[in-house]
Unconditional design. Structure first.
Lengths: 291, 314
């Protein structure tokens, strides 16, 4: 991770440093590697759903968000809410890469008194904007953040990342109505559409499709993207909002366990921890990809 | 005839005064503009009244987001729906997250009367007082309501102010000052202590007068703050009067009486009676009728206190 330590997100947002698509792709692999090591050390984590959002988090923190680890409470910063709080490990690893916390602290994940709780807590860790864990909380909070920015005429943008199974929670649809009613065009929802929830596929558990139509019907601009394709993700984020005066829903098509062949699309890796042998195989795949 | 006040009006006027001084303040409602008496607020600050529609979970979540964006949201809604429907948001987005959100619950307790048990809020103390960081206040009269709203605005952190719609007389002297977490003794006494809050404080004072006629000296304490509770005042009452009767417009399971008992058993155990709604859904009837039905009239309170005094006489 050390080579990424200099990549302060604020500098990137200012245009002082611009990472190439290939650098971002490599960085996302590094974040996956560090996350898997952290999960192995802790003996806990939500492996599949952390690997599925690594590319999204990388693009957000290293090519989009105006945030600054030196001033985590800067009032006009962009807000990022990880609604799928069980993927905390991916967020912590990304925050470490972005300089919000020291890399060594990642080894304290889920240990007694650690700031790296199993779900992110805003009062424990700089850079965490909302305490999440129970599903269906992030989008309403993000609507409130976007409303506050609009009321205060702040340039701050709000991004919230939810799981897809999480959309079965009704609170999301209350917030979906509110976001379009209040014309929050600086609010963007990214859905990690990996099509798996804890025990089965989303469609067998409680079908979400036609998902894009649902968001359009709720008054959102909708765009679908390959959530592992760095240039596509950047292109989408550079064109926000996709419809003027409306919040944007980015349906990011992803794979749980992305980056490790035997974890990819495998429901049993929702929160399984790799054995030493599995970790070594996973890391050699990721190391090869990171080149 | 004593003048009776609907504390919602005082709340609404106080919020307008605060909003005029502090532009961070916004009101957040779930279609509850009328039930929260906020029509004047919406006329004066149309951009600062955020109506999320009938969606209490969303209302509290949005308020948490507004608070993290530097606003001071007052979330106003009937208490049964506010606390029941949005309890996880109150726990996680407000209390655990220490977001600077203020809940103002309207028509608490039995106030909705014959609308039925769905609309009664006799569980909210139990649900909210167990949440760390969350201050819970049930003011007794217009002056205390106004001060509770000001105190909520001035405090950095989550607060729940529980209001009624039932008329109450003024019980505090004009120089009264509410302090969060500090009980107010409204009447001195040595034989028994009556501890109440909200609409029951005036009834406790009336009961104390009746008890005086019967030769019993009753202390009356207004325990406006349920959390954090004033343990010192409770311990002193237990030591100095030897008996405690609690009164609440709430279930006797988990509410004010329970909170007082938790302190009494660990400091100075004394006999207690807990008056309130037993663990039942209330039958149909007006709020006033239900207060009688559940033995919360001044004469009922007197009788309960007298019985306690007789049973425990040395």
């Amino acid at each position: 991770m050390t080579e990424s330590r200099v990549l302060r997100p604020a500098a990137i947002a200012d245009g002082t440093v611009a990472l190439s698509d290939d650098q971002l792709r490599q960085l996302a692999c590094r974040i996956r590697i560090r996350d898997l090591r952290m999960i192995q050390t802790a003996g806990a984590g939500h492996t599949g759903g952390e690997l599925s959002i690594a590319d999204i988090l990388t693009v957000l923190y290293f090519a989009f968000l105006r945030v600054d680890p030196a001033r985590p409470d800067w009032p006009e910063r962009d807000r990022f809410v990880l609604s799928k709080g069980h993927a905390a490990g991916a967020l912590y690893t990304t925050l470490a890469a972005a300089g919000f916390i020291e890399d060594a602290e990642l080894d304290t994940f889920q240990r007694p008194e650690s700031r790296l709780n199993g779900h992110p807590s805003r009062h424990l860790l700089p850079g965490v904007e909302a305490s999440t864990g129970p599903l269906g909380h992030g989008l309403p909070i993000a609507v409130g953040m976007a409303l506050a920015a609009k009321l205060g005429r702040s340039p701050s943008r709000t991004i919230v990342l939810t799981g897809d199974g999480e959309l079965q929670e009704g609170s999301n649809w209350e917030a979906a109505m509110a976001a379009s009613h209040f014309e929050l065009d600086r609010l963007t929802l990214i859905i990690d559409r990996n099509r798996l929830q804890q025990g089965d596929s989303t469609e067998r558990t409680m079908a979400l499709e036609p998902l894009a139509d649902k968001w359009r019907a709720f008054g959102w601009g909708v765009v679908e993207v390959d959530g592992h394709d760095i240039p596509s993700l950047r292109r989408v984020l550079d064109q926000l909002p996709v419809l003027p005066g409306k919040p944007t829903c980015v349906i990011a098509h992803t794979h749980k366990g992305q980056g490790v062949s035997f974890m990819r699309d495998a429901v049993e890796w929702h929160h399984r921890v790799p054995t030493a042998d599995e970790l070594s195989r996973a890391l050699s795949e990721l190391e090869a990809a990171a080149k | 005839m004593t003048d009776l006040f609907d504390c919602r009006q005082t709340f609404a006027q106080t919020l307008i005064e605060l909003a005029a001084r502090d532009e961070r303040i916004v009101a957040v409602v779930a279609d509850s503009v009328g039930s929260s008496s906020l029509r004047d607020f919406s006329r004066q600050f149309p951009d600062r009244l955020i109506n999320v529609g009938i969606a209490e979970q969303d209302m509290v979540g949005i308020a948490a987001g507004l608070a993290s964006g530097g606003r001071v949201p007052f979330v106003c809604s009937p208490t049964p729906f506010l606390t029941g429907r949005a309890l996880e948001q109150i726990k996680v987005d407000m209390a655990y997250s220490f977001n600077n959100v203020k809940l103002v619950g309207m028509s608490s307790g039995l106030a909705y009367g014959a609308l039925g048990a769905t609309h009664h809020s006799i569980e909210d103390f139990a649900w909210t007082r167990v949440l760390p960081n969350l201050v819970v206040i049930a003011p007794a009269d217009p002056l205390e309501t106004s001060q509770a709203i000001v105190a909520a605005a001035e405090r950095e952190g989550p607060v729940f102010v529980r209001l009624s719609r039932m008329g109450v007389p003024a019980v505090h002297a004009p120089d009264y000052r509410l302090r969060i977490g500090v009980a107010a003794q409204l009447h001195a006494g040595e034989d028994v202590t009556l501890i109440a809050n909200g609409v029951l404080v005036s009834r406790a004072l009336d009961a104390a007068s009746l008890l005086a006629t019967a030769g019993v000296s009753a202390r009356v304490i207004n325990m406006a703050t349920v959390s954090p509770i004033d343990a010192a005042a409770i311990e002193a009452a237990a030591r100095e009067t030897g008996r405690i009767v609690t009164l609440e417009e709430h279930s006797v399971v988990g509410g004010l009486g329970s909170a007082v008992a938790e302190v009494v058993v660990r400091t100075h155990p004394v006999p207690m009676r807990m008056l309130g709604v037993p663990n039942v859904f209330a039958p149909t009837g007006s709020a006033e009728w239900l207060m009688k039905r559940f033995g919360l009239e001044p004469a009922d309170i007197r009788d309960a206190a007298l019985q306690l005094v007789r049973e425990t006489a040395a």
